[in-house]
Design a protein around this ligand. Structure first.
Ligand SMILES: Nc1ncnc2c1ncn2[C@@H]1O[C@H](COP(=O)(O)OP(=O)(O)O)[C@@H](O)[C@H]1O
Ligand SMILES: [Mg+2]
Length: 267
């Protein structure tokens, strides 16, 4: 059996009395594009932050590329790329300069840096903009630059938190196309979060739908669409099926959560 790209066992993070991620158990195979879906506050970012070693779990455990996220943080960090939810590129530098900083940060050998930066710019379709200041880039270009930054060291597992949030449909499409090429060209595993269901449907091999910190359904988009007893269901309808009724049921979060103790797995 190949080592899973990500393997979590009852991974849990509490903030005071709030359980942001509640017993997350999932396994992502090497080379998969895996989507963590869920409404705002579902716990997606908290889950990603634990997996990229930025936030210690309260309990449970996880490995990324075979290394433990608590006991082998350095190995995990070497194996991953991470694009956070908030835009983070430096607007006062050019795209090329931003990338060169990351090449140094990731310890790309000096003799390879310029080549890697040029490759990454080409891969993400930014050749023509390389020497322009990033503050003149569109939101979609900045996102593609950030993804380029996160791939400079050829990570085995790439974490993208809301890679297309706030982008117009054309820019989103461009980001999707680049993400799907990661697997084809690099055999990179991609874990992404999104609340755009059509994006998850088009891109992801498998998804897990999170709500109030728990996985309420997981499987391939096709299997999930077949699981709700409605012909030609869309992933949006799947999402509403597994999360919507909780929102409308009244009662406290804790009450509704108790009724959902058992995560549903299909496919
Ligand atoms: N540093 C923190 N301190 C306290 N609560 C937090 C912190 N980070 C996240 N939360 C809470 O945890 C829950 C999950 O948040 P988050 O992981 O950001 O969800 P998502 O990314 O799915 O929108 C939310 O209720 C959020 O307010
Ligand atoms: Mg988030």
């Amino acid at each position: 059996m190949p080592i899973p790209a990500v393997d979590t066992r009852a991974l849990t993070r509490r903030f005071g009395s709030l359980t942001a991620v509640d017993s997350l158990t999932l396994s992502v195979e090497s080379g998969e594009i895996f989507g963590l879906l869920g409404p705002n506050g579902a716990g997606k970012t908290t889950a990603i932050k634990m997996l990229v070693t930025l936030l210690p779990p309260t309990s449970g455990n996880a490995t990324v590329a075979g290394s433990d996220i608590v006991r082998q943080q350095v190995a995990v960090r070497h194996a991953i790329g991470y694009v956070p939810q908030m835009l983070s590129a430096d607007g006062t530098l050019t795209g090329y300069e931003n990338l060169l900083i990351f090449a140094k940060l990731y310890d790309v050998p000096r003799s390879e840096r310029v080549g890697r930066v040029r490759d990454a710019l080409g891969f993400m379709g930014l050749d023509g903009a390389a020497d322009r200041l990033v503050r003149g880039y569109s939101g979609g270009m900045i996102r593609r630059l950030e993804i380029a930054e996160a791939m400079l060291h050829h990570p085995r597992v790439l974490f993208l938190d809301e890679p297309t949030i706030g982008l117009d449909p054309v820019a989103r499409q461009a980001v999707w196309e680049h993400i799907s090429r990661f697997r084809a060209d690099w055999e990179t595993t991609v874990i992404l979060t999104t609340h755009y269901m059509e994006e998850a449907d088009a891109l992801c091999d498998r998804v897990a739908i999170m709500h109030l910190g728990r996985v309420v359904a997981s499987g391939s988009p096709a299997a999930l669409k077949g699981s709700i007893g409605k012909e030609n269901a869309t992933l949006n309808e799947v999402f509403a099926h597994y999360t919507g009724d909780i929102l409308e049921s009244g009662g406290t979060y804790r009450d509704t959560r108790r009724t959902r103790r058992t995560a549903r797995r299909v496919g």
